[in-house]
Design a binder for this molecule. Structure first.
Ligand code: ZN
Length: 597
């Protein structure tokens, strides 16, 4: 593997910065593309407004092609601004550009909004005839799925009233929640003297090797939350009440309906999945018992749940790059080449530095522009998995952009995290086969097991908690802090059983979770994506190269079909009751490996 053409690298990925010139070359450039995009959006509006009721398939095809072009221009300009700001949030020129983009996107959105509304207003027979026309085959799913909310739309004046009151009825409560939870600070001594700790900073200590620090930080968290819980419960009660009222108006029978529609998943499939997860809680409990034994404890306390076992060795960026490319190459030379292009094209920014944002992401940029990866590489084994994860998104964006239009390249929430999780599994397997340091192997395995649990089991607990809360509110019970705490503990006890002691303060564990406030039942999508990936991985184990070919097709299909239709050719049939078995077998295999250390 040649590395001569890449950025320089040393400890902490020194010098690994991206080159954005293939996207755009300056802020002025970005403004010019943005303004051209807005102008085209306005021309589009004057050309097509009021015409959808009588549009022919070929006219609609031309309209969609123009819409995709506009989307590409706006997305290129917007992504360029976003990427620049991500590596230097302090530069005023970057901030000015972002503000200009935000304003421009509103203008473009206003010009284009009529199109969706007119499409939704078409009679079903006419819309379905258009979507079925051969000229529109490429974007048929885009057209059909846009209409899935149509049966639940109210009249136009009613919809306008709902939209007008949204800032006060919904957003204001979400803002209040965000303000309380993000400004809450607790004086805490993590060993460097008392310092103000936010919720996130306290939670970061749960993976610390120091048991006392883990215990104290969780106890401090719950003590700090307690005085806020009545207000936080009131916020949640109001939002749940509002959502249920609007569901009634729209004709939704189940509080999960909107989420299922968003995810393009059938409610019965989701319920079957959640029940299958619950039926496997014993697998997690088995690990918690084993972990207690490994740590020399009689039984785990809640603060031992994420206690580290083993420690990963240091890995420099160039080695990480080789590891990821090699693990992808074993699966398919094609995806290894796609990943390689990110490095040779300098589309990865891995060096941590002042002013750069934290975390990691992969930005698709546009259908006619290359994707970029940002991360903060600190020579940890975990960073290798993050790199694999983001490049997994990258291969999805790259392959779907080659085959799909700007309108059809993106999948919904349910499948978006599948390629990234799959890429992690490929890298994990490769590392297990090649890594000789015993302590590193152990850390890798335990992190994988506990990462799966945090996604599959814990997010199911969260979804069950929400279901119970909505049901209680539906029956007229006000959601007080006391009642939410009881529901929360019930849902959690089903999971932990008698394997983990829950401290008294844990009853307030529901109070700071943002998903409940922003998007109801959001968490089950994580479960779905993770279990789907495990099921796909089991297919790969069984069918090898034949599976790899189909998987590349799946990536290239992007969002051109519903999840069930994308997964079926890969041997994952969502209509089957046993569809998740293979995923749990994969998890059981990992638990076994972890037990053996
Ligand atoms: Zn991701």
């Amino acid at each position: 593997m040649t590395t001569a053409e890449t950025s320089p690298s040393g400890p902490n990925a020194a010098g690994v910065r991206w080159d954005l010139s293939p996207v755009l070359t300056s802020a002025d450039d970005a403004r010019a593309v943005l303004n051209a995009g807005i102008a085209r959006a306005q021309t589009f509006e004057s050309r097509y407004r009021g015409t959808l009721a009588g549009i022919t398939p070929s006219e609609l095809q031309a309209a969609l092609a123009e819409l995709a072009e506009i989307e590409n221009m706006l997305s290129r300009a917007g992504s360029y601004a976003h990427l620049r700001e991500a590596t230097d949030v302090t530069d005023p020129e970057n901030r000015d550009l972002s503000a200009a983009i935000d304003r421009g996107m509103v203008d473009a959105g206003n010009a284009l909004r009529f199109f969706d509304l007119e499409w939704l207003a078409l009679p079903e027979a006419q819309a379905s005839a258009l979507a079925g026309a051969p000229e529109l085959a490429a974007d048929a799913h885009y057209l059909r799925s846009a209409r899935r909310f149509a049966p639940f739309m109210l009249t136009e004046p009613e919809e306008r009233m709902l939209a007008e009151r949204e800032p006060a009825a919904v957003s204001a409560w979400q803002t209040l929640f965000g303000r309380i939870t993000s400004t809450l600070e607790m004086e805490f001594d993590a060993g460097e003297g008392p310092q103000p700790h936010t919720i996130d900073r306290l939670l970061a200590h749960v993976r610390d090797p120091n048991r006392d620090l883990r215990r104290r930080s969780l106890e401090m968290l719950y003590a700090g939350l307690e005085p806020q819980t009545e207000t936080l419960a009131q916020v949640y009660d109001t939002l749940v009440g509002d959502r249920l009222a609007i569901d009634r108006l729209r004709g939704h029978a189940d509080p999960m309906d909107r989420t299922h529609l968003n995810n393009e998943l059938d409610g019965a499939v989701v319920e079957q999945m959640l029940a299958a997860v619950e039926a496997h809680y014993g697998l997690a409990q088995r690990w918690f018992r084993a972990k207690a034994a490994i740590l020399g404890l009689e039984r785990l306390e809640l603060w031992d749940q994420y206690a580290p076992i083993g420690a990963g060795r240091a890995v420099e960026f160039l080695e990480a790059r080789d590891l990821v490319e090699a693990s992808f190459g074993r699966f398919s030379p094609r995806i290894a080449a796609v990943a390689g292009d990110f490095f040779t094209g300098r589309r990865v920014d891995a060096e941590p530095r002042a002013g750069k944002r934290g975390g990691a992401f992969c930005a698709p940029v546009a259908q006619n522009a290359p994707a970029y990866v940002l991360m903060n590489f600190t020579d940890q084994m975990n960073d290798v998995m993050t790199l694999a994860h983001e490049l997994g998104h990258g291969m999805h964006f790259t392959l779907s952009a080659q085959r799909q239009s700007a309108l059809s390249m993106h999948t919904g929430l349910a499948l978006a995290e599948v390629p990234s999780t799959f890429a992690e599994l490929l890298t994990f397997d490769h590392l297990l086969e090649t890594e000789s340091d015993a302590d590193t192997r152990r850390a890798l395995i335990c992190e994988r097991v506990e990462g799966s649990f945090a996604t599959v089991f814990r997010q199911t607990v969260l979804a069950r908690y929400e279901q119970r809360a909505y049901a209680a509110r539906h029956e007229g019970t006000t959601l007080t802090a006391e009642r939410l705490s009881d529901i929360w503990l019930d849902a959690n006890r089903a999971y932990y059983g008698d394997t983990i002691t829950l401290p008294p303060g844990y009853r307030f564990g529901w109070s700071y979770i943002p998903h409940f406030i922003s998007t109801r039942f959001y968490t089950y999508a994580y479960v779905f994506a993770h279990l789907t990936t495990l099921a796909l991985y089991a297919q790969y184990r069984q069918h090898g190269d034949a599976f790899a070919e189909g998987y590349l097709e799946f990536l290239a299909a992007g969002g051109s079909k519903a999840p069930r239709d994308l997964l079926l050719p890969l041997g994952v049939d969502l209509s089957r009751a046993d569809v998740w078995d293979a995923g749990f077998e994969e998890m059981a295999r990992m638990v076994e490996a972890a037990e053996q250390g």
